[in-house]
Design a binder for this molecule. Structure first.
Ligand SMILES: C[S@@+](CC[C@H](N)C(=O)[O-])C[C@H]1O[C@@H](n2cnc3c(N)ncnc32)[C@H](O)[C@@H]1O
Length: 204
């Protein structure tokens, strides 16, 4: 599989927008999700670990799931994540990681990764299957936009954000309950505003 983030990995953490976004989203997750010291968390599309860094002090362990070896290599080199975060470089939609109950997750978080996954229904089903009973999701991504957020010729962007009510219906169809949206932050680019939602829900 081509690593679409290989050329971006080295400079990912240097981007002001990436830092602003991960601080706002990571902060919203820490504030809104009742993380517990014994929690086993999955960060889906973890990239270089900006969100893991915000969450790691509050939980026991994080599985950083991503399909980009280059992004995960940067994550694995971060001293503050040693011993807390393990990297999982695989497409969990095709190859799930949680087989037994004790391998399943208390919380699944994700920041700005869902628009890179073509089949949203399959992705949400995979999140549901990887969670323990009563497990929670906290997923942040772009609200529906006109396609101007990314450059036109970019590869691997399958969704121009997400419509909140459509995403809520999809989550409820899979079996999630207590679906609740917040606005985590807003990105301003070329005089345009791009709100970023964070949706939380519980496995029924
Ligand atoms: C925009 S980056 C966000 C990275 C990180 N969450 C952050 O906020 O800095 C999207 C990430 O999703 C990953 N990704 C794309 N498709 C994926 C998939 N099917 N499974 C797991 N990760 C995926 C990419 O490799 C990339 O690291």
């Amino acid at each position: 599989m081509t690593d679409l983030f290989e050329s971006k990995a080295d400079d990912w953490d240097k981007g002001d927008m990436k830092q602003m976004l991960s601080q706002a989203i990571g902060g919203a997750m820490v504030q809104k999700v009742a993380f517990q010291p014994q929690h086993h968390v999955m960060d889906f599309g973890a990239g270089t670990g900006l969100i893991c860094s915000a969450i790691a002090p509050h939980v026991q362990s994080i599985a950083a799931v991503d399909i980009s070896p280059a992004m995960l290599e940067r994550l694995a080199a971060k001293p503050e994540l040693q011993g807390k975060v393990t990297t999982v470089c695989q497409d969990i939609l095709d190859c799930p990681i949680a087989e037994k109950h004790e391998d399943k997750f208390d919380v699944i978080v994700s920041a700005m990764a869902m628009h890179h996954v073509q089949d949203t229904d399959a992705m949400l089903q995979s999140f549901y299957d990887h969670l323990k009973d009563d497990g929670k999701i906290a997923l942040a991504d772009l609200d529906a936009e006109d396609g101007s957020f990314h450059p036109e010729d970019i590869e691997g962007v399958f969704h121009h954000g997400f419509d909140r009510s459509e995403l809520q219906s999809k989550l409820e169809r899979v079996g999630f309950q207590d679906v609740h949206f917040d606005t985590a932050t807003t990105v301003y680019k070329d005089d345009k505003a791009y709100p970023i939602f964070m949706v939380m829900a519980t496995k029924a």
